[in-house]
Design a protein around this ligand. Sequence first.
Ligand code: 6PG
Length: 465
Amino acid sequence: MSTAEIGLIGLGTMGAALALNIADNGFDIAVWNRTTAKTKQFQADAGALAAKVTATESLEDLVAAIKKPRAIILMVPAGQAVDDQIEALRPLLDDDDLIIDAGNANFHDTNRRATADEGPFLGIGVSGGEEGARFGPSIMGGGKRDHWDRVAHILTAISAKHQGTPCATWMGEDGAGHFVKAVHNGIEYADMQMIAEIYGMMRDGLGMNAAEMGDVFAKWDKGSLKSYLIEISGKVAHTTDPETGKPMLDVIVDAAGQKGTGRWTVIEAQHLAAPIPAIEAAVVARNLSSQRANRALGEDTFGAAPHRLAHDMMATETLEQALIAGKILCYAQGFEMISKASEEFGWALPLPEIAKVWRAGCIIRSAMLDDMATALAADAQQNLIFAPYFAEMIKKTHNALRQVVAQGALHGIAMPALSSGLAYFDAMRTARGTANMIQGQRDFFGAHGFARIDGGEGHHGPWGG
Ligand code: 6PG
């Protein structure tokens, strides 16, 4: 009997959590997993929600269990697995049945799938980790608007709410949703990296212990930096390893993993000529973190940097201000990239709405995003650093960022994302930059031409030999 409102394929951590969320919101759902044992386990663990779940053991049974026109969510690993799943599923579906890829797909793949003319297709970015998926993620939709409208009631119901407003929005055609999710992840990388750099300054520069740093993060979580990432950083710093009794931070290897979404953002930024140096630096920092052997060799070869500052050289308030400046600069870069992509791909991406869907449910949720939504609603064209509210904040905090980066440089504490943020700021406040030298060089060796300040393009220099 076809009773389910929606279907879901892929009962991994995120898929299972999303399926339970859908059931919990009162929708009947049919589920299927490649391994039947997992499907059975899911149903057994569903408790009271099991009544809303039809667990199926074949794709045919899954399709038969869903009301027409059908909608089926895929929660399978990004890449070939999605294509394979679509290929297996499409022949069993009617022409107007909708496939929704809710994984972390590369938006170029979503563009291809959405325009393949093989039936309705949506690509939605879902953020919030396992807990978000279970109790309310942030959802960034992409594809045809009328396809989104078919399932919007379910997606908004299961999404996180910011003061009652659902964090689920249609971003635009084709891969627009997955593109916005990729930029979200780029910002996520930079935000995490900047926090890690400040942690490095506290640990190595100020000699603070994990509990002290946990207290500092917990305090910051009550101010302008209030955010999920600051909150969990405090919790991570406060947690003790049950095996050794040491702080967890002291037993975790300093090599960061990555699944690729940050990298996609950086690659795309280069195609778009969008300056996102803090995000690029964060991806580079993850790559570099994995070179453990070389870093150890470097310390042997060059000696450890001095690291330790005199305590009164850096108040934690200065670190807080530096992080505020860095955070604004990195988000401004992310939004500028979205704005460029919107023009390039003809998407009309709704910048204020993007800030709004990021206010709750997702990994980068923070108090500041509410103010960013307000600033972007007033003027979505302008770089966020020029929005009056944020310009004021940057005026108050950029000197702290400069101090932190300078002390990092003097004491050998690497600050790739914060220093990139600072360099971006300095470049953006310099009316007369230095690219005139580059133009002179280009014209010298290649007669590429340059514009003159007193007028005209395509000039050439009288370069001597
Ligand atoms: C989210 C996260 C989520 C996940 C990514 C990033 O928004 O819920 O971004 O999608 O954490 O897989 O992970 P990596 O750090 O491995 O790239």
